[in-house]
Design a protein around this ligand. Structure first.
Ligand SMILES: [Cu+2]
Length: 502
């Protein structure tokens, strides 16, 4: 079985090159019992799938004597790194060993609604204690991920508060990267709790231009709510912060040699949080965002990732020592958000020094000399918050409409024609920052807080408080298409809408 061996070798190689990334059981040795699914499918007589993922609640050890019971894929966090080849069909068996229906979303891929993993798009659920076999052609190349797509609402063990997150890397047909090895880092918090009011860092985005009309509207709405005696809506905080499922100092370090070029693939797998990362004495040459190559690499001192964003960046290991690659927020780093980078033969305790102040500007990564194509149609979207309106949780609306929380099959609000280019003009009338995600398509950033840009293709964009952003996409993947804020608390309480092709 030459294919078996080549696949296995590739996995071993990949695993050897990654810090803490999980190793998949080789094909043929996976212990998944193949039984008939509750959705009516019978799997007994089919060939084994290329991959199998089992959803179950198991203990994971995020630090010494800190063992948490969380729902994960294959009993590990993050879920196994899945390496696909662009354009080569894969078959995956998903088994759900929990008591609740599940959805497995292929974030950032151009797949059909039948497998995309969103009930709002009519993807069938993976039934409790049942199976579902799915098959699709992975594309586009780059860093993607998979995660649960059920709504958690007040259940902080469900949705992406769980450990149901794993990285996907789709190998390009032609590999142009100039690096010595890859390291996959999945950033994730555990032990969530509800609180009143949050500490969402707001000062990262540049330009920081707020729109006075949006600010007036949002502040007046908030004042009116508080005047009625309403408390501030719930936010979520966490006790344990991890990279690849381990708190700082409790996992294997990233071991490097002087002179190496290490390609970091960083995934913010958080349900709600924004992350920043710095490595003292080093810089990051960002080559891709959300898996998509930038017009040209851009060197930055800090990586900043909203919920569900990904960054692929090369680090030249030219500053020997033992360092903390960690969150710039001291409190989060002290609670575990970091990983040790250890040069061969270096000695001593891991060192941290804060980076110089830095602002994250999406246009900085674009190509300002390129003219953006004109859209065939522009959709305006206004985002608003009703403070504490739903049992103490904030309710979110797009153009005045909250996505119905019980009814998955809501009527689509926007209509697309295949082949046309659309612009979304998003206006955020809330003080919160939103990681805006479009399923099954990539979009191009065309204007951020008033600043034009071009050439940056993404599937999540952060829209700052009281700011505006514009993104363009080509309607090239027919079927229902979900658009939502990726902050779990926001998407669960109304911040979603559907596009349909007509
Ligand atoms: Cu949001």
């Amino acid at each position: 079985m030459p294919e078996f061996h080549s696949t296995r070798r590739k996995f071993l190689k990949a695993a050897g090159a990654t810090a803490g990334a999980a190793l998949l059981t080789p094909p043929g040795l996976r212990g998944l019992p193949i039984v008939g699914g509750k959705d009516g499918s019978t799997l007994q007589n089919e060939a084994p799938a290329d991959y199998s993922l089992t959803i179950a609640t198991k203990p994971i050890e995020v630090a010494r004597n800190r063992i948490l019971s969380v729902t994960t894929y294959n009993g590990e966090f993050p879920g196994p790194l899945l390496r696909f080849k662009e354009g080569e069909r894969v078959t995956i068996d998903v088994r759900n060993d929990t008591d609740t229906p599940e959805q497995l979303h292929w974030h950032g891929q151009f797949v059909s609604t039948d497998v995309d993993g969103a009930a709002e798009e009519r993807t069938p659920f993976i039934p409790p204690h049942g199976n579902r076999r799915i098959s699709f052609v992975p594309r586009p190349a780059g860093l993607r991920f998979y995660h649960t797509h059920v709504r958690a609402r007040a259940d902080l063990a469900a949705g992406q508060y769980s450990g149901l997150v794993g990285p996907v890397y789709i190998e390009p047909k032609q590999n142009a990267g100039n690096y010595d090895r890859e390291v996959f880092l999945t950033l994730k918090e555990f032990q969530p709790t509800l609180s009143r009011g949050g500490d969402m860092p707001m000062n990262f985005l540049a330009p920081a231009r707020e729109v006075p009309a949006l600010k007036d509207a949002g502040e007046n709405r908030m004042k009116a709510s508080l005047a009625k005696g309403m408390p501030h809506g719930y936010e979520v905080g966490y006790d344990s912060f991890t990279i690849n499922g381990r708190m700082l100092g409790h996992g294997e370090p990233v071991r490097v040699k002087a002179g190496e070029r290490v390609l970091l693939h960083v995934l913010n797998g958080s349900a709600t949080e924004i992350r920043s990362l710095a490595l003292p004495g080093h810089s990051f040459q960002v080559i891709a965002m959300d898996g998509n190559l930038l017009p040209k690499p851009v060197r930055v001192p800090v990586l900043w990732l909203g919920t569900a964003e990904r960054i692929s960046a090369i680090v030249e290991m030219n500053h020997p020592g033992i360092w903390i690659l960690g969150d710039t927020a001291d409190d989060d780093r002290h609670h575990g958000m970091g990983i040790v980078v250890e040069y061969a033969r270096a000695q001593g305790k891991p060192q941290w020094t804060p980076p110089a102040p830095f602002k994250w500007s999406y246009p900085h990564f674009g190509n300002p000399s390129v003219a953006v194509a004109q859209p065939d149609e522009v959709f305006d979207m206004l985002f608003e918050k009703q403070n504490a309106a739903l049992d103490g949780f904030n309710q979110w609306t797009i153009n005045g409409v909250a996505f119905p929380h019980e009814q998955m099959a809501a009527a689509p609000a926007f209509r697309l024609r295949e082949g046309k280019r659309y612009r979304l003009r998003m206006r955020n009338a809330s003080d919160d920052i939103h990681p805006i995600h479009l399923h099954r398509h990539s979009f191009e950033l065309t204007r951020i807080a008033g600043q034009p840009t071009a050439g940056v293709m993404k599937d999540v964009v952060m829209v700052g408080g009281y700011q505006e952003a514009e993104i363009d996409f080509v309607a090239d993947n027919p079927g229902l298409t979900l658009f939502h804020c990726h902050q779990q608390l926001h998407m669960d309480f109304g911040f979603m809408t559907l596009f349909e092709y007509v």
